[in-house]
Design a protein around this ligand. Sequence first.
Ligand code: TXE
Length: 471
Amino acid sequence: MVRELDHWIDGKSVPRGTQSAMTVTGPFDRRPIARVSLGGREHVDLAVEAARRAARAWGDRPPLERGRLLAEVARRLRERADEFVEVEVAETGKLVTEMRGGLQVAADYFEYYGGVVRALFGETINLGAGDHAFTSREPYGVVAMITPWNGPLTQAARGMAAALAAGNTVVIKPSEFTSSTTLMLARLCEEVGIPPGVVNVVVGEGPEVGGPLTEHPAVRLIAFTGSVVTGRRVAETAARRLVPAILELGGKSANVVFADADLDRVVEHALTICTGAGQQCAALSRLLVQNEIHDELLERVAQEMRARIPGDRLAPMTTEAQFDKVLEYFDVATQDGARLVAGGRAAAGALAAGRYVEATVYAEVTPQMRIFREEIFGPVLAVSRFATEEEGIELANDSEYGLVAGVWTADSARGLRVASRIDAGQVIVNGGRTGIETPFGGYKASGLGREKGFESLLHYTQLKTTVVSTR
Ligand code: TXE
């Protein structure tokens, strides 16, 4: 079935009319799956205007009321899980099991922010008798959100839930390749009673929709998830307009494994590079291994990676451009002299109809090689070796990025010591579990600001200080 996707503005679907549309082909067999309206400035203007009109009333509602509506979004998302999962899998190529988990996470965001917004308080500041000073957290008004194609539903839910809980209204531009579940989510918000104009979706391509959206004078905050190149462009616009921007960009995250680590757990965790076929910003794509255990760990990881058969336990690349990009990196790795240990090719046979690549491992990867430095966004592990703790930390930090890092050691003092020295927004020691409660975001080129956790709610509000004379 080819889905027809139109904008959702002010509680209504905006028919395409004579407007042009783009055909999206699916990751499993490259057959057409959707026709997406190619929006432009006029749709952005309509959507932002609707969001601006809705902002005052929505921001004035008691947090309790907004929270209850968001909790209802969570409940209905779970109720309609199969439908959302099916559509998201068709567009992204994710494994059904992965997306079932993703659906729960999306619902959790609405539940969490719908509840925690009731604990969003200001402070009173003691200036002595005669003056009463207090702070309050106010919404910005219209928030622009731009999301990518690797986790369309969870990424939309993550920003929307926090922004809406805090009393903002939103205009979202999803990736042109994966717009369906964002549109479904916007309709669902309407169904539970969130007023028209509070959530708007404009579909289409980056420069034509994302550009005018970030430029729009009524947009007071921009939340962007995507590449560093586009993130920089968005940040430049935000700087010129003097509006804040939350940027969640890419990563080349290091997983640092010391000789005393529990290798069974390391192997299992290292395989998370295959989640979403490695198309995740948080992927631990550099495996840095202490010399003593290097050969053993490399062999064990490579063996498991070879067992990740594409189509069965490994998803395809979502877009054709991403498929081409990964294949290009296979050539780059060979030219740079990395040693191929597993994979390194597109999947052959019947799977060649889809955008499948093999789970891939390169060894003897050095900091001079491009696969050490550049985000591939595929199921590709770059393995390097180190001798001392100091060297491990240095290698981990030898990156333009700083989103996530892993540390594995039986020595908990060393775990904490190394975690404190690594330049990353989130460090996971011995496979510690993260949740929607744990703030997430980058150091260095991996971004600005934080998503998730209570911290995110603060980002979606601005602080006002009020001082009253009681003299
Ligand atoms: O990203 P873009 P692409 C990385 C990953 C991937 C690479 C390229 O390495 O291989 O980026 O992906 C919109 N103004 N990540 O090219 O272009 C676009 O329509 C405003 C990491 O797909 O950044 C989409 O909605 N918006 C990442 C969104 O930006 C513009 C997730 C992201 O697309 C725009 C995705 C413009 N001028 C890719 N141009 C992560 N952090 O998880 C495009 N867009």
